[in-house]
Design a protein. Structure first.
Length: 443
């Protein structure tokens, strides 16, 4: 049986389950590290003497690192493979997590979180490409889509951990930030020994190694006789910007950007946003953040079902419609009761599940093996440009134009995401990776 057929038609095994869990650890850490800073920021102001500029820089620094990490390491992963990078990036995250405890000023914390962001950004193309290339055709949507739900789980856990650590006193923010070292170390141990992608090995004509991995995972030999005569496929970064692939690159980067700017702003500056809506008090703020985080997490569950049931295209279009409704409720009724405010947040958070699960499905499906990780990295980088700008500007927007206009701007961004999806979102449900990534196949 051919290598590609073995992997596309394979049953879902314990290996696939473990690989999915290990890959989910990356988005979990991303959600944990990027959102826990929101709580820490509100408790380090005096000690680090932060003004609006440095609060924004610290909040957005990891996003800037994500941009660089996704862009550079996506390409490197396509060149050297997924296996080694799959654990090395976690070593870097672990080191920078610990270094956060020892910073003395805003500049040092900004630099450390920027470097940590690079390592987090690297994990997206590395881990998701590996998972996609091992995924059976029928399970690929769920295996890739579940990744974003763990981002929200990481965000939810970070809020809980942060509030449990707050009683530690004036240095509580240090313990809050360094806490990310614990899940990072556990994930590093779990990932150790994960095999290389046979699809990547075959694309480099390393057929013997690809066969060894196939035998190790599936217990069968692959027929590579026809593949041996094929020319090895070179990693060509420029391919993403040529012909049909250019449109796909723009689609992924734009819909991801317009979806994630309001999301990251809400998470990074959650306490400040809720206070602007007059939801004050330690318990009210905490419970409101937990409530919103739960809806972000829960919204991914039906989306995982619907991307396989009704398809990718209708899920992303209707999700953007309802996200827009949620943001406009917040912008039009900023002085309403807590229940109306939470309704707006809940609508946006719940329906963001659609684009969220597709953040990882689309780039892995729409590009071939030789540039798959590069495409994920490009999508990550593209979205983080907007996220960095949006997160950096949000404190200024709250101060200068107020919460209502700020939320309406967020609604305008989701409308742009809707228009991009209507124009360019393809349907890849039920296709093999080869079919989905072929420019002749997807319509």
């Amino acid at each position: 049986m051919r290598l590609q057929t073995i992997m596309d038609e394979a049953p879902f095994t314990s290996f696939h389950r473990k690989l999915t869990i290990y890959t989910c650890g990356g988005p979990f850490l991303d959600g944990y590290i990027l959102t826990i800073i929101g709580v820490a920021l509100s408790h380090m102001q005096t000690q680090l003497q932060l003004n609006t500029f440095w609060s924004a820089m610290i909040g957005a620094s990891a996003l800037a690192g994500l941009l660089l990490g996704g862009l550079v390491f996506g390409y490197i992963t396509d060149l050297v493979g997924r296996h080694v990078m799959y654990t090395l990036d976690l070593v870097a995250i672990l080191i920078f997590s610990i270094l956060q405890f020892f910073v003395h000023n805003a500049v040092e914390l900004t630099i450390v979180r920027f470097l940590m962001g690079i390592a987090i950004g690297a994990d997206y193309p590395i881990a998701t490409a590996l998972l996609a290339e091992f995924s059976p055709k029928k399970q690929r949507g769920k295996m890739l889509g579940i990744l974003m739900s763990t981002w929200y789980l990481g965000a939810l856990v970070s809020y809980i951990v942060a509030y449990l650590l707050l009683p530690l006193g004036e240095d509580a923010w240090r313990w809050i930030l360094v806490s990310s070292a614990v899940p990072t170390f556990l994930l590093l141990v779990m990932r150790w020994g994960t095999p290389e992608s046979p699809r990547w090995l075959a694309s480099k004509k390393r057929f013997k190694e690809a066969n060894e991995v196939i035998q190790e995972v599936y217990g069968v030999k692959a027929d590579v006789s026809k593949m041996k005569d094929e020319k090895p496929v070179k990693t060509n970064f420029r391919k993403m910007f040529q012909g049909e692939y250019l449109k796909r690159t723009l689609f992924i980067g734009l819909f991801w950007t317009f979806q994630i700017i309001p999301t990251f702003a809400i998470y990074t500056f959650g306490p400040q946003i809720l206070e602007a809506f007059h939801l004050k008090g330690e318990n009210v703020s905490f419970l409101s953040e937990i409530f919103i985080s739960l809806f972000f997490l829960i919204g991914c569950i039906p989306a995982l079902f619907f991307v396989n049931k009704i398809g990718r295209r209708p899920v992303i279009i209707w999700s953007f419609v309802m996200m827009t409704v949620g943001m406009f409720i917040l912008g039009i009724f900023p002085n309403s009761s807590i229940w109306v405010i939470l309704l707006g947040f809940a609508l946006y958070a719940f329906f963001s599940g659609g684009p969220s699960v597709l953040d990882y499905i689309y780039p892995n499906e729409l590009f071939p093996t030789e540039i798959r990780a590069s495409a994920v990295g490009m999508g990550t980088a593209f979205s983080r440009i907007g996220s960095f700008v949006g997160t950096f500007l949000l404190p200024y927007s709250l101060n200068m134009v107020g919460i209502a206009i700020t939320m309406l701007i967020g609604g305008g961004l989701t409308i742009l995401g809707l228009l991009v999806s209507i124009a360019w979102a393809p349907e890849t449900k039920g296709k093999t990776l080869a079919e989905a990534s072929s420019v002749e196949q997807v319509s």
